[in-house]
Design a protein around this ligand. Structure first.
Ligand SMILES: [Zn+2]
Length: 73
């Protein structure tokens, strides 16, 4: 997790929001889904990032560009 992700997560937590998003590359998409289910106990929605987002987003678990977003519905 990079520093920005942690900051966003802390802001969301402090507001009492349960919404969670995980950005992951193709290697870590299954891991991201597992983490999401474990933390939120809800079913994740997997969406592909737009081309712009892919260029500016890094996987939460490695340094690869993120391809997918795991989020609640
Ligand atoms: Zn990764």
């Amino acid at each position: 997790m990079n520093e920005m992700c942690i900051t966003v997560w802390n802001i969301r937590k402090s507001k009492g929001m349960k919404k969670m998003e995980i950005k992951c590359c193709k290697t870590h998409v299954e891991h991201g889904l597992d983490v999401f289910v474990a933390k939120t106990e809800s079913y994740p929605i997997l969406t592909e990032l737009s081309e712009d987002e892919k260029l500016s987003t890094v996987c939460d678990y490695c340094e690869e560009p993120a391809l997918y977003l795991v989020a609640s519905s």
